[in-house]
Design a binder for this molecule. Structure first.
Ligand code: HSE
Length: 314
C-alpha cells in the first residue's frame, strides 16, 4: 500500500569523537532535519521546496543528499512511482553536525514510510550512504548514528560492521557552532595522506583507551582519550576559529575535554552534568562574542535512538 504522505526526522550527529576519524560517531537528540514526501505519478524525486538553507542547496535530486537517498530507496523498492519532497533544514550547513547526513537519512526513512516501511533501518543504510556521498564521499560515521542512534563503532559501510558502544549515563555535551562554514571536502583536503609509525601507534592507543573508558563509564578518561588526537586536529586546527581559546574557556568552566565535532567548525565539550554543560556552552559562546564572531551554543545528550517516522498518512 502507498500512503498519501509521510514525514521523517533525522538528528544531528558528531563524527570522529576526536581520535576516531571516520570510524566513530554519535547521535544527538536535537537539532535535526525533517523531510516530507508524497507519491507522484512522475517517476523520480522532485524536490519542490527547501526551508532553512538560505537558498544554498540544490533542488535537483541527484545533487541533493536527501534527493539522492530517496532515489536510492525507490530503486531498492523497484517503485514505478516517484515522490515529491519538501525539506525542512534545521541543521546548519557545513557545521560539523552531520547536516548532509541527517537530510539523507530523513529522506530515506520518509520514502520507506510512504510505502509502509518494508525496509529495516539496516537495509536503509546503503541508500543513506548514497545520499551522503553526494556531499562528501562514502563514509558512515554520520549517517549510521543519525539513522540508528547511540554511539557507534563504524567498521565499514555495511550495517553488520557497525557496533553499538555503551553510552555513559552522566555524559552531557556542550556544543558551540561559530558562524563560519567549513565544507567537509575542504576539511578533508588538508589531512596528511601518510603518517609516521609513532603517530599511528599513539592514535591507535588513544582509540583503544576511548573504548575502554566507554565500557567503564569513565568520563574523565573518555575525554582525555578523545582529546589526544595527534593526526586530524593538528591538520585542521587552522580552520577552526579560536580553537585554543574556546578549549581553555570550556575547561575553565568545568569541561573534561573538547574536540572538533566531525569536520568542524562546531566544537564539542565533554561534561558530566546538564547544568555543567549549559555553563560550558555559555562560556564557549562568550569567547566568540568577545571576538565579534556570531555563534550558536547548545547543550545536549547522546540519543540512543536515531531517525523516526513522524507521520505516515494513508
Ligand atoms: N569523518 C568525517 C570527517 C566526518 O571528519 O571528515 C565529516 O563528514
Amino acid at each position: 500500500m502507498v500512503n498519501s504522505r509521510a514525514e521523517a526526522y533525522a538528528p544531528a550527529s558528531i563524527a570522529n569523537l576526536g581520535v576516531g576519524f571516520d570510524i566513530l560517531g554519535l547521535a544527538l537528540y536535537e537539532p535535526g532535519d525533517l523531510v516530507r514526501v508524497e507519491p507522484s505519478e512522475k517517476p523520480g524525486v522532485h524536490i519542490t521546496r527547501i526551508d532553512g538553507d538560505g537558498g544554498q542547496l540544490p533542488l535537483v535530486a541527484e545533487k541533493n543528499t536527501a534527493g539522492m537517498a530517496a532515489l536510492s530507496v525507490l530503486r531498492q523498492l523497484g517503485s514505478l512511482l516517484g515522490v515529491t519532497m519538501t525539506i525542512d533544514k534545521r541543521l546548519p550547513l557545513a557545521s560539523g553536525l552531520g547536516s548532509s547526513a541527517a537530510s539523507a537519512v530523513a529522506a530515506a526513512v520518509a520514502v520507506n514510510a510512504l510505502f509502509d516501511s518494508p525496509l529495516t533501518f539496516s537495509e536503509l543504510l546503503p541508500a543513506c550512504l548514497d545520499g551522503e556521498a553526494v556531499a562528501s564521499g562514502y563514509h558512515a560515521d554520520n549517517v549510521a548514528p543519525s539513522l540508528m542512534g547511540g554511539i557507534l563503532l563504524v567498521n565499514g559501510l555495511d550495517a553488520s560492521r557497525i557496533r553499538r558502544l555503551p553510552i555513559p549515563d552522566s555524559l552531557h555535551l556542550a556544543l558551540i557552532t561559530p558562524d563560519v562554514a567549513v565544507p567537509t571536502a575542504l576539511a578533508r583536503s588538508v589531512l596528511p595522506m601518510q603518517i609516521p609509525l609513532k603517530q599511528m601507534i599513539a592514535q591507535t592507543a588513544s582509540v583503544a583507551r576511548l573504548m575502554d573508558a566507554l565500557y567503564r563509564s569513565d568520563l574523565e578518561a573518555m575525554a582525555a582519550a578523545m582529546e589526544s588526537d595527534q593526526v586530524i586536529e593538528p591538520a585542521r586546527a587552522h580552520l577552526m576559529p579560536l580553537l585554543k581559546e574556546v578549549r581553555a574557556s570550556a575547561k575553565q568552566a568545568g569541561a573534561l575535554g573538547l574536540v572538533i565535532s566531525g569536520a568542524g567548525p562546531t566544537l564539542c565539550a565533554i561534561c558530566s552534568t546538564e547544568t555543567g554543560a549549559r555553563f560550558v556552552a555559555n562560556a564557549m559562546k562568550g569567547v566568540y562574542d568577545d571576538a565579534a564572531i556570531g555563534s550558536v551554543a547548545r547543550s545536549t545528550q547522546v540519543a540512543s535512538t536515531g531517525a523516526r517516522v513522524v507521520a505516515a498518512v494513508n
